[in-house]
Ligand binder design. Structure first.
Ligand code: PLP
Length: 421
């Protein structure tokens, strides 16, 4: 562990001690956690887009600077510390999602890159893939691109008329010829937490298919649902709930696919870091590492491991259970504040970390909110009808802000009503 990491861990463990046991409380967070965020807390406006781009700690810019300073000071010798930080990143993600091994976490610059590494590992030229129409655009676009080039057959599971997906529909689409199932744990557009991930995995495995879960809206926001650890692959990233900015994403591979003498899955998204001994510089052999490193690629990203460090350390120190509990209480408070002002709220059960306000014109409503100093975003509903504004409080959001945000949302929606009438 680097000196810096141990120092940060010490500071965070003192902070956690100061917060006291039990559920997180606003007053304690204001006193003990807010000081780590002085830069972002200086900004104007009420930030409720924490589900989109999480807010960084002050420490994050110091961490990136540390990586760069090593370069200036040590030139080529910086690689030792840089590669050590990448290993630390893998270990942190393994802890975050409770994955049994750090070497089974493969750093990626995007979640979609994780999907492509899996597609490029399947021992078939045109795999049969079951997925839903509710996957995030990056995932959807990659899958459809493969299909358009004759590199995949897609079976697309549709939502019900309200835009919600059902595990039974995914299960119903899995056939003996299915090779891969790709499904989100939490849908990006509605926040719906898919109930029955465990059953989807069991069914896919019974038919001989692999499962890739997209955990981008789950990892860091909540403990991954029971059973998801049996998925063959999980993808996710750091720029939302773990405050790590873009570029620090990952693919988790179930250890049953590693360590085999002749593994069935060998990805073509590869490079010299996947070699058994990358620094032997020998030609001719394509012998890969005997563990998860067989899934590494070319020269890895370095800065994003540093960029993701403080946010991950903070998340791990506070614990995803406690963060989830606090977020659910905040959501309940925000919903109550909105409803008190007659703002319609859509509640899905179970759900991820954000609250939905139905909207017939998401772009216009988000712009109206921005004019009133409420930073949020919105997505079309997977049903194809209308959409929702997404509002996500986090540990830096106070009840006073949520009350004020509800007031401003009500004002924005009233303005919309006046324009429409
Ligand atoms: C569910 C989900 N998956 C993936 C991503 C990001 O994908 P990528 O890293 O390929 O851009 C997002 C981003 O919002 C998302 O919500």
């Amino acid at each position: 562990m680097s000196e810096h990491t141990s120092a940060v861990r010490r500071v965070f463990s003192e902070m956690v001690e100061a917060l006291g046991p039990g559920p997180l409380r606003e007053a304690a967070l204001v006193e003990h956690v807010f000081p780590f965020f002085s830069r972002v807390l200086n900004r104007e406006g009420i930030y409720l887009a924490n589900h989109s781009l999480g807010r960084p700690l002050d420490q994050t810019s110091e961490d990136v600077r540390e990586a760069l300073d090593l370069w200036y000071a040590d030139m080529d010798h910086a690689w030792g510390a840089w590669l050590g930080e990448i290993e630390a990143f893998r270990a942190r993600i393994a802890r975050l999602i409770n994955w049994p091994r750090a070497d089974a976490i493969i750093p990626k610059t995007a979640a979609g890159q994780g999907l492509r590494a899996v597609l490029n590992a399947l021992p078939l030229t045109c795999p049969n893939i079951v997925t839903t129409t509710g996957e995030f655009d990056s995932i959807d676009f990659i899958l459809r691109s493969y299909e358009s080039r004759g590199r995949a057959n897609l079976t697309l599971v549709e939502p019900d008329e309200t835009g919600l997906f059902h595990a039974d529909d995914v299960i119903g689409a899995i056939r003996p010829e299915t090779d891969l199932v790709v499904v989100s744990i939490v849908c990006y557009a509605t926040g719906q937490l898919i109930d029955g991930v465990e059953e989807i995995i069991a069914c896919a495995h019974a038919e001989g298919a692999l499962v890739l879960l997209d955990a981008y809206h789950a990892a860091g926001a909540m403990p991954l649902p029971h059973g998801s650890l049996n998925a063959d692959f999980v993808i996710g990233g750091s720029y939302k709930y773990t405050r790590g900015g873009p570029g620090a994403c990952w693919l988790a591979i179930h250890p049953r696919h590693l360590d085999r003498h002749e593994p069935e899955l060998v990805t073509l998204d590869t490079g010299w870091f996947a070699r058994k001994d990358p620094f032997a510089f020998q030609r001719g052999s394509i012998e890969r590492a005997g563990d998860g490193n067989a899934w590494l690629e070319s020269t890895p990203m370095v800065l994003s491991a540093y960029q993701a460090r403080a946010g991950l350390e903070l998340t791990l120190a506070l614990g995803v259970d406690r963060l989830r509990g606090y977020n659910l209480r905040q959501q309940a408070f925000l919903i109550e504040q909105l409803r008190r002002r007659s703002v319609p709220v859509r509640e899905t059960h179970p759900r991820g970390a954000f609250v939905l306000v139905p909207s017939a014109d998401v772009k216009a409503d988000v712009a109206r909110l921005a004019e009133r100093g409420v930073i949020a975003d919105g997505r079309p509903c997977p049903s194809g009808r209308g959409g929702h504004v997404r509002l996500c409080p986090d540990i830096l959001t106070t009840e006073a802000e949520m009350g004020e945000a509800a007031e401003r949302v009500a004002g924005a929606l009233l303005a919309r009503g006046r324009q429409q009438s």
